[in-house]
Design a protein around this ligand. Structure first.
Ligand SMILES: Cc1ncc(COP(=O)(O)O)c(C=O)c1O
Length: 342
């Protein structure tokens, strides 16, 4: 679908599978849990960035871009998928990564090299007091790189980490419609969708989809992987207002529809927690599904805890969004969590 007639390319394979996690649901004693496999979207080990990039790269094409510039963490899923998707359009991707350059690339960084990133520039985290400052410096470096490319005669298009909020909103509102259609074919309707919340773009889209296609009746639960719940809620609210303005829709946003939990972050972004480890192992051993340690592992830890705290009715139908990220399992920084050195 083309929400609001915004140009969109088709890069993934849709609909992504929606499967029931029968053993997990029985183990928990309800609710009925399904998983929406955005990790199986069909490009370079998949993830939630593909739907967003379909909008971002369509805009890049329209603007006559000859090069893509993007940025992220060393183990960025966004960067991996941006390179892969741009490759399909014959566009080269110039990357800025925040973090220390490892001697041997692993996980997503290995794949960035394999996918043929045109250039990788590094922003050393030393000298920045907070993660926010480092993120801002990385984004500023990406803008500088775009300037350099312009001087080299390229027409660069900068994709912010996580993509523009409007593109994310349209992409994940579309995903809600897809879930509704898949469930309708099973004579079911989702009561809730649970997602990891990073930049909050995905969650904004899910809330927009709930409003547009289910009168706000689908509860959208975001599990933060780094930020505070209050600031993420504010961001979702702002993004949602922007999307509704763009779509020229005068819809009331029920305050309760923006639900974010930040108690599953643990010591920080990408740092392991016992709940994440339990969730990743449980899904692998009970359902043969691989989650990732940074996003979906923490989101599933949140879902498991919220189920145990009985925030979902036993008879409800809950969809867990598998937003991808699996290559991070193979990162040298993450693997020891699951296989500690003797
Ligand atoms: C695997 C994975 N899941 C979830 C997210 C969070 O998505 P969003 O930034 O839209 O909140 C990301 C973002 O990087 C991701 O890579």
């Amino acid at each position: 679908m083309q929400l609001g007639k915004v140009p969109r390319l088709r890069l993934g394979e849709y609909p992504t599978p929606l499967s029931e996690l029968a053993r997990l649901s029985a183990h928990l004693g309800g609710p009925r849990i399904f998983v929406k496999r955005e990790d199986l979207v069909g490009i370079a080990l998949g993830g939630n960035k593909v739907r967003k990039l379909e909008y971002a790269l369509a805009e890049a094409k329209e603007l006559g871009a000859t090069a893509i510039v993007t940025s992220g963490a060393v183990q960025s899923n966004h960067v991996r998928l941006t390179i892969a998707c741009a490759n399909r359009l014959g566009l080269r991707t110039f990357v800025v990564l925040r973090g220390e350059k490892p001697a041997t690339p692993t996980g997503n960084l290995l794949l960035d090299h394999l996918l043929g990133a045109a250039e990788i520039h590094w922003v050393d985290p030393r000298g920045y007091a907070s993660r926010e400052e480092l993120v801002r410096a990385t984004e500023a470096r990406a803008e500088e790189l775009a300037e350099e490319l312009r001087r080299r005669g390229e027409v660069p298009y900068v994709i912010p980490n996580g993509c523009k909020p409007l593109h994310s909103a349209l992409a994940y509102a579309g995903c809600v419609l897809e879930v509704l259609e898949q469930m309708r074919a099973m004579n079911l309707a989702p009561d809730a969708i649970v997602t990891a919340c990073g930049t909050a773009g995905t969650q904004t889209g899910l809330v927009l989809g709930s409003l547009l296609f289910a009168q706000g009746q689908i509860r959208v639960v975001g599990v933060s992987v780094s930020g505070r719940a209050e600031s993420l809620k504010e961001r979702i609210w702002k993004n949602l207002e922007e999307a509704l303005r763009f779509l020229e829709l005068d819809l009331k946003i029920p305050g309760g529809l923006i639900e974010v939990y930040d108690e599953y972050v643990g010591p920080g972004y990408a740092l392991p927690t016992p709940g994440m480890k339990e969730a990743v192992e449980l899904l692998a051993r009970m359902e043969g599904i691989l989650l990732d340690p940074v996003y979906t592992g923490k989101a599933m830890a949140g879902l498991l805890d919220l189920v145990r705290r009985r925030t979902f009715g036993k008879g409800e139908t809950v969809v867990f969004l598998h937003t991808g990220g699996v290559p991070a399992l193979f990162a040298d920084t993450q693997a020891p969590t699951f296989f500690p050195a003797p």
